[in-house]
Write a protein that binds this ligand. Structure first.
Ligand code: NAP
Length: 289
């Protein structure tokens, strides 16, 4: 039996892991939300891991409000950087596996082909900078049996996300303007959860390895919104705008497609296309039959 600690368990990814908790008979999950285990409080992490005989940690905790982070850098850094460092040190002291989640926003977005794990980073936003600092803290901690999975554009039935925002806005608006010059891939959080749970027992390394995971396919936010309306059979019209016309506090990469060759080759996982996963999510939400 593997005792797996899931931090940030009430977020999208944490809830997605909860969905699959019963299909892995060899896994015993300890789900900890922020009030049960605050990753910024380094004095309690070691004891928590010891007391619960934890063998592996999946860190789903993060400061994820990309625009709010521009005016809240200290808090974003405390969680996304210091919090990860705390977890890495506790994992090292206790000798447990560590799966950490990072973001496509560590990239500047000027590539002409999907980003590989070895491509140079240059985050444009405070959120991206603090997430990169968290990656580096984990890498520099010389922790064995640890991986970082960078993902993109997470959505699910849980919490706040682009899909749910679009569905809510469509209740009161006839037209929505959505940016068509930021290209990436929407990722259904339960697909990422399944991938993490499949990979976990196989993680074995002497130093932290980075992997990229998103759903298959390519989209702009406009494509994603347009497809949501079409598949949900909603009358709301989606109009394309460029990022210059739709100002946000945080700058986002224009191109953040992730190359998933490494994770597919090393772990043999199958990755669904984003359109198929959107279909699953809309059915689960009762929006599609
Ligand atoms: N969402 C995306 O589009 C996206 C894209 C790429 C990568 N990612 C990464 O994917 C991972 C999962 O994202 P998600 O969408 O599941 O995030 P989420 O829904 O925002 O969940 C994050 C969770 O972390 C918790 N948390 C915040 N501070 C904490 C602390 N100090 N200690 C313990 N828990 C804390 C939050 O609790 P409260 O709600 O109580 O604050 C929340 O439940 C994150 O690492 C994120 O950076 C996300």
């Amino acid at each position: 039996m593997l005792n797996i600690l899931v931090t940030g368990a009430d977020g999208q990814l944490g809830n997605s892991i909860k969905r699959y908790k019963d299909i892995y008979p060899d896994y015993n999950f300890i789900f900890a939300n922020q009030s049960a285990l605050d990753i910024t409080k380094n004095d309690i992490l070691y004891d928590f891991i010891k007391q619960n005989s934890i063998n592996a940690l999946i860190n789903c905790a993060a400061y994820t409000a990309v625009d709010a982070a521009e005016n809240d850098e200290a808090k974003a850094r405390l969680i996304n950087h210091n919090g990860v460092l705390n977890l890495a040190l506790a994992a090292k002291e206790t000798g447990i596996k560590f799966v950490h989640i990072s973001t496509d926003y560590v990239f500047e977005g000027r590539n002409y082909k999907p980003y590989t794990e070895t491509d140079g980073t240059n985050p444009l936003s405070v959120y991206g900078k603090t997430k990169l600092a968290g990656e580096n803290a984990l890498k520099n901690s010389s922790l064995k049996n640890s991986i970082i999975i960078r993902t993109s554009w997470l959505y699910s039935e849980f919490g706040k996300n682009f899909l749910k925002t679009m569905l809510n806005l469509a209740k009161t608006k006839n037209v929505l303007k959505v940016v068509n010059d930021q290209i990436g891939t929407p990722t259904y959080a339960p697909d990422l959860a399944r991938a993490v749970l499949e990979i976990l027992p196989l993680v074995q390394n002497n130093e932290t390895q980075i992997y990229h995971y998103s759903n298959e396919g390519v989209a702009s936010w406009y494509d994603f919104a347009w497809t949501i309306m079409k598949e949900a059979d909603l009358p709301c019209k989606i109009e394309p705008v460029n990022s210059g016309e739709y100002k946000t506090a945080a700058q986002r990469p224009f191109f953040s497609l992730l190359d998933k060759t490494k994770i597919k080759n090393e772990y043999g996982i199958n990755i669904p296309h984003w359109r198929d996963s959107l279909d699953v999510c809309l059915r689960n939400l009762g929006i599609k039959n």
